[in-house]
Ligand binder design. Structure first.
Ligand SMILES: NC(=O)C1=CN([C@@H]2O[C@H](COP(=O)(O)OP(=O)(O)OC[C@H]3O[C@@H](n4cnc5c(N)ncnc54)[C@H](O)[C@@H]3O)[C@@H](O)[C@H]2O)C=CC1
Ligand SMILES: N[C@@H](CC=O)C(=O)O
Ligand code: NA
Length: 430
């Protein structure tokens, strides 16, 4: 049954993502009408700089008063793509209060205040959808929230930040410098307004918090996620990785503990075997592995950043929310019933690659091996090579807890024969 009265959409932000959302809404108008069951029209576009020309957008729709737009009372769906915490948070809750549902791409806000925003949506009987917030164009939120709702998810691991994957890929494959690769990613529209969010791991950590919350039916906030960025990754690290038959990726890893009684969420650079599918993820692409009891291992892959890919996810949510509005229904809200504790990073068990600068003299290797043994960390391989009268000692461990590894490294630093700890990197994907 086709409705003729259009559903009204308010677009907040017309930047990299918002401008693509507006473009697709226009170019795909007929298809959207057929798929939704009613026309959908842009009722207003909130911007910061009204003087800029926005191709394909009626200037009469452009306003700098986003608050007045969300308060109109006749808006069906607010699409929030301005980013940041405020005024986005207030605009979203105001939208719910004035009868609108919300589609957002704002992972920073959802990781920080997702529970409160879901509560506001529930209070007003409205939808809050955010497929675009994690892994760009890749359908991941809805499969986790809906398709796998009958399964028990145990692990979500992968590359969820396009900017850093673009940089690491450039550094590894072309020898490009860090800043050069970051500048290119920014020019291509991949990076956050402040790229520190990308390179210091905050963006990936926000996404990890969102993924863990949905996968484990537990509230996980940004502060619960262990976070390391990729700014310390060096050409020497890539060389070490190559010697191991690995490359380096910034990974988000969310896991249910073996006893199922707790969960962990972490973001950090890691060595990945070249034989692992994640090793071949290029540019700003993302790839995420999901492991669950019944489905086994699933892989999701696609563009993780960029205006058009992200707009694809926003439009998918817009169609779903519009359909819900027409049938006076809402989709699934927050599910946090399991309320599992989030364990600290020290409880995480994985493998480690440690590079030490040591004195090249008898007994050093035995000393180092004893420290590992004293902390219960089993050594898998050791490689030593002379370096200017000293030596470089590379140790790869078997699986050990992060707490045991931290204690080992602290003890190694105290040895007179250890000149320094050149690098520590986790080894994943084996
Ligand atoms: N760029 C990407 O590849 C992706 C971005 N996102 C998220 O989408 C959101 C938007 O990102 P981008 O489009 O890349 O950022 P952007 O900076 O290109 O666009 C944001 C726009 O919002 C405008 N704006 C800021 N405050 C405003 C206000 N109070 N009222 C009206 N307009 C305002 C800015 O002037 C800017 O034009 C962010 O939350 C980001 O994390 C999510 C996935 C991918
Ligand atoms: N800056 C983000 C944009 C998409 O979420 C990224 O690089 O992944
Ligand atoms: Na997505």
């Amino acid at each position: 049954m086709m409705r003729t009265r259009p559903l009204k959409v308010a677009l907040l932000g017309c930047g990299v993502v918002g401008s693509e959302v507006a473009r697709i809404m226009t170019t795909h108008a007929d298809d959207l009408t057929a798929r939704i069951g009613a026309p959908v029209e842009l009722a207003g576009v909130a911007v910061r700089r009204p003087d800029r020309v926005r191709e394909g957008i009626d200037p009469a729709l452009v306003t700098t008063d986003a608050t007045a737009l969300v308060k109109r009372g006749d808006i069906d769906v607010v699409v929030e793509v301005i980013g940041g915490i405020e005024p986005a948070r207030t605009l979203i809750t105001t939208a719910f209060e004035h009868g609108a549902s919300v589609v957002s791409a704002n992972k920073a806000l959802l990781a920080q205040d997702g529970a409160a925003l879901h509560a506001a949506a529930d209070e007003h009987g409205k939808d809050l959808y955010y497929e675009a917030a994690v892994a760009g164009a890749i359908p991941l939120i809805r499969p986790l929230r809906e398709s796998l709702a009958g399964d028990k998810i145990n692990r979500v691991m992968g590359i969820v930040n396009g900017t850093t994957n673009f940089i690491l890929d450039k550094m590894d494959s072309t020898g490009a410098g860090y800043q050069e690769a970051l500048d290119e990613a920014t020019a291509l529209g991949y990076a956050e307004a402040d790229p520190t969010a990308d390179v210091e791991g905050f963006d990936a950590a926000a996404k990890a918090a969102i993924l863990a919350g949905i996968a484990f039916h537990t509230r996980v906030r940004l502060d619960d996620v262990y976070r390391e960025g990729m700014t310390e990754v060096t050409a020497a690290d890539f060389a070490s990785a190559k010697e191991m038959g690995c490359t380096i990726k910034l990974l988000a890893i969310c896991e249910r503990a073996a006893d199922g009684a707790s969960v962990t969420a972490r973001v950090h650079p890691a060595m990945i075997p070249l034989s692992h599918p994640l090793a071949s993820v290029r540019g700003a692409y993302n790839a995420v592995f999901v492991e669950s009891d019944a489905a086994g291992q699933l892989m999701f892959y696609g563009p993780g950043a960029g205006g058009s890919p992200t707009a694809s996810a926003v439009l998918g949510d817009l169609v779903a929310v519009c359909r819900n509005r027409l049938s006076d229904a809402t989709g699934p809200g927050e599910s946090a019933y399991a309320a599992l504790p989030v364990s600290p990073m020290g409880d995480v068990v994985t493998r480690y690659h440690i590079s030490l600068d040591v004195a090249d003299k008898p007994g050093v290797l035995a000393q180092v091996a004893t420290v590992f043994a004293e902390h219960g960390v089993s050594i898998d391989t050791v490689r030593q090579q002379g370096k200017d009268g000293e030596a470089s000692l590379v140790v790869v461990t078997h699986r050990a807890s992060d707490a045991a590894l931290t204690g080992t490294v602290e003890a190694l630093r105290k040895l007179d024969t250890v000149r320094g700890v050149a690098s520590i990197m986790r080894v994943e994907g084996e």
